[in-house]
Design a protein around this ligand. Structure first.
Ligand SMILES: [Cu+2]
Length: 94
């Protein structure tokens, strides 16, 4: 199962908050596919600290990055160059 997430400037949240637009809930073992709307990056963790769970290369508009969530939990992520692009994935138990 896979869910597509638009990742762009519609995500607009200050540091410490998560934008609703890009914060979604998925099931365990679901894959999330981030599709860049504009040039962006996807890095797990709370800005400015990547936590090493996942990180994309720089994505040009239309490029995508996918990650499969094998464990329940909350996974914050952000776009390093864009201060208001902060969101999180919530993974529910199967
Ligand atoms: Cu960005």
């Amino acid at each position: 199962m896979a869910t597509t997430l638009d990742w762009g400037f519609s995500c607009n949240a200050p540091a410490g908050a998560f934008c609703q637009e890009a914060s979604i809930t998925v099931q365990t073992c679901e894959t999330v596919k981030w599709v860049a709307r504009g040039g962006h990056q996807v890095v797990s963790g709370i800005r400015p600290n990547p936590d090493g769970t996942f990180a994309s290369e720089w994505l040009s508009s239309g490029q995508s990055f996918s990650f499969k969530f094998e464990e329940p939990g909350e996974y914050p992520f952000y776009c390093p160059p864009h201060a208001n692009m902060n969101a999180k994935i919530t993974v529910w138990p199967a």
